[in-house]
Design a protein around this ligand. Sequence first.
Ligand code: GUN
Length: 406
Amino acid sequence: MDLPTSVANKRLTAWLSPLDATLTENWGWGYSSHFGTLKAAPGINRAQPDRAASPSAPPKPARISVLSSRCCLRFGEESEPGMTARILDGTKIRDQIFAELKDEVRLLTAAGVRPGLAAVLVGENPASQLYVKSKIAACEEIGLSSALLTPPATVTTLELLAVIEDLNRDNNVDGILIQLPLPTHVDTKRILEAVDPAKDVDGFHPVNLGRLVSGRPGLVACTPAGCMEILRRNTIKIEGANAAVLGRSDIVGKPMALLLMHANATVTICHSKTRDLPEVLGRADIVVAAMGKAGFVQADWIKSATGGGPGAAVIDVGTNRVTDLREAEHLFRNFPDRLEKFRAKGSALAGDVHPDAINFAGALTPVPGGVGPMTITMLMSNTVKAARLRRASPKFSATQPAATAR
Ligand code: GUN
């Protein structure tokens, strides 16, 4: 495929570069990458940490032996031996959705529309680099074209705005991803608002948020959209359910609550000032934990199956890197294998929900391997959707007659 129009632009060409020097010759639109399989990026909280959240409650004794036989009977076909909750496997759903997207991309490409994603990665934050590398690899896997722009950390807000303007105008670009966080001197809100809402595959633009609020079609933030896919593809009943969303970030908590509400759940948004969280969670059929604190949600706060219901479905958005031995010992007290891996490596990933919740919940997303893979999956899905919608729109030919005519 030809380079996008924007790449003809000197400013963009200068910043069109690989994350990894070994890939230089493969970089650009329609390149063939060799990143290999998707990996969870370490050290990043997808949820916006609610910094004022109160400290974790003291550890409570686990009820593992009492509850394991009960849960195993209900969910045994998908649980590991000795485990209780049904595992909501994000990797499996990612594979299903990737297969669906590959078919769609094949059809679109045959019809002359190859969807394309442009990623803007400012500076050299290693976690962001890993993230973006995974996103570009995912594009390659499903057949999307992709471009990576890597302005230096010294880039100004105005310079970034000019980059976005170019990408907005470029017909080959269906999705624009501005990897966050941006350097503190850059006006992040202004940058995100400059992205054409039709290309806002992160779903961060106020226009897309407004569409979500009013229940109109639009591009929805990837992590909450991925959580909904996990619930739906595991046929977890949302309508009429009591749902508790922990965390109120613009990226996860708020859109998540809106999606659940539109799916007819009764939603409680919890945050650092919420009173009696265990009581709220005890009523919740669905729990979405997105506050960015390792093991904050205690296992016995979760509604278990003892009341006759199936036990809560727990969606753990947290991806916290734990490096402290005492914290690891507390989190993995009933998971000797995980503790051993922690000791060998010096760090481990933990969700916002204490791992012992596996012995209380009806169903649970693991960390890693639950919500993590879904964020990139929904980015791919949004890019394909953006291509379909934008290129079918009458505005497409009226305002953007040809890729080179600018
Ligand atoms: N940084 C961490 N997670 C994300 C994400 O989902 N999108 C963007 N654009 N930046 C991020």
